[in-house]
Design a protein around this ligand. Structure first.
Ligand code: HEC
Length: 136
């Protein structure tokens, strides 16, 4: 019986550790890949790819908050710090070739500020500050 409860405790501890200390990659797989796929290519035109163009967007200041204002990001159960880490991971993992050289990682504080206002119409904001979806 004692061995049994020790095993249960161990499982609970491991689960808690996983929940607290999940890597950005794991959080991406858990909270984003359902739509954007594990490889990040999405399912255009319904779900955009997360490759290359996000990096290009980072030359425009207004597109930094955009990354966390889209509903899939802003409404995720991740904390602001975790979401910042996931978005930075997406940029480095899928956009290394297109990121501006002077790119500064998105901070948790930026996420807190941006996330408060979810975009009801992400495409409208995107066209206003960047450009229309281009799925070529
Ligand atoms: C339920 C499906 C879904 C989930 C889950 C999801 N997204 Fe999305 N994502 C979309 C769709 C659809 C769009 C297109 C804009 C819109 O309609 O919201 C999008 C757009 C985006 C964009 C803008 C892409 C562009 O080219 O304009 C980014 C960045 C993004 N998502 C990041 C994330 C991140 C990071 C997560 C995980 C924390 C996530 N998404 C989770 C469906 C999802």
């Amino acid at each position: 019986m004692r061995v049994f409860s020790a095993a249960l405790l161990l499982i609970a501890l491991l689960a808690a550790k996983a929940a607290l200390g999940a890597s950005p990659r794991t959080n991406y797989l858990l909270y984003c890949s359902g739509c954007h796929l594990p490889s990040g290519i999405g399912n255009p035109p319904n779900v955009p790819t997360l490759h290359d163009e996000l990096g290009r967007m980072m030359v425009v200041e207004e597109m930094r908050p955009y990354l966390v204002k889209v509903p899939g990001s802003s409404q995720t159960p991740l904390t602001d710090a975790e979401l910042a880490a996931v978005v930075n991971w997406v940029l480095l993992e899928f956009n290394a070739d297109t990121l501006p050289e002077d790119f500064q990682p998105i901070t948790a504080e930026e996420v807190t500020a941006s996330r408060e206002t979810i975009l009801a119409d992400p495409l409208k904001y995107r066209i206003q500050y960047w450009k229309d979806y281009d799925f070529e």
